[in-house]
Ligand binder design. Structure first.
Ligand SMILES: [Zn+2]
Length: 86
């Protein structure tokens, strides 16, 4: 598993935070952290962590991969912005 940081400008991005599953055998996989992220952003949280389970299937059984989210959000009146380190 690689480590990468994504910088997302919320004002311009669609309000959707879905990270693809890294398992090539996984079907319909992905981590949907939209609700967790937007809830935290609406609380003006400066930083938060979360864990999301893959919703896909691998080899006929549920994919059990989990993704840990560490986010640091910076808010400004004109351009809400948050950095998500995944
Ligand atoms: Zn998966």
């Amino acid at each position: 598993m690689g480590r990468h940081t994504r910088h997302i400008v919320v004002e311009r991005a669609p309000a959707l935070f879905i990270i693809p599953c890294g398992d090539h055998n996984c079907v319909d996989g992905g981590y949907d952290m939209t609700h967790a992220v937007l809830r935290k952003l609406s609380d003006s949280a400066a930083s938060f962590e979360g864990e999301v389970e893959c919703r896909g299937w691998a080899n006929g059984s549920p994919c059990t991969r989990r993704l840990h989210l560490v986010a640091h959000a910076v808010y400004s009146p004109s351009a809400p912005r948050s950095d998500h380190e995944v």
